[in-house]
Ligand binder design. Sequence first.
Ligand SMILES: O=P(O)(O)OC[C@H]1O[C@H](OP(=O)(O)OP(=O)(O)O)[C@H](O)[C@@H]1O
Ligand code: HPA
Length: 188
Amino acid sequence: MSLMTFDDIQQSTDLIISESQIDQAIEELAQQINQFYAGERFANKSVTAFCVMNGGLYFTGQLMRHLKFPITLKYLHASRYGDSTRGAELNWIVRPSQEEVFGKDIILIDDIFDEGLTLEAIYKECEALKPNSINSVVLVDKQHHRKPQSGFQPNFVGLEVVDRYIFGCGMDYKGAWRNLPAIYALKE
Ligand SMILES: O=P(O)(O)OC[C@H]1O[C@H](OP(=O)(O)OP(=O)(O)O)[C@H](O)[C@@H]1O
Ligand code: HPA
């Protein structure tokens, strides 16, 4: 299918997670994260949140509205899908710097944990730069058995999703429609 119109989306795709379900999941997730960072060890410190571009942009914005501790916002960019629906080798576009990570409390924010290779690689890259602490959070975790063999998992997950190519809420279909406030999949 070529690029879809908004009408195509209403008619030819399946709604997987509605806008209200997403809003509720983000609020619940924020409560868990707020609780974690309310601990004494984070008192009087700012947490460095890395938005994983591009997919993490929408979720980072939505999540941050509900976080009740000081955040220093940064971004990094690693990509392995491009405009495709299949993942390939990870391509680093913007790496985190030592100055941004060393000794800092880091939270990585991304849209989807699919095969997990992207977030695992980003986590390792940050870990090597010796942060004080590091957590990762994703809006959705796709349910299948193609996850990293290492057992790596995100620390906080908003929602589980079916094993289909999905888009909306930061996730693209052929590079577009990251702006949709709900999550959709092509009809099978
Ligand atoms: O768990 P994985 O199978 O590794 O896939 C998840 C990653 O794939 C997407 O990024 P993408 O490579 O599409 O880059 P983009 O966000 O710049 O489009 C998404 O935003 C995650 O970062
Ligand atoms: O299902 C997906 N949709 C959009 N982007 C993605 N990146 C990994 N998996 C997906």
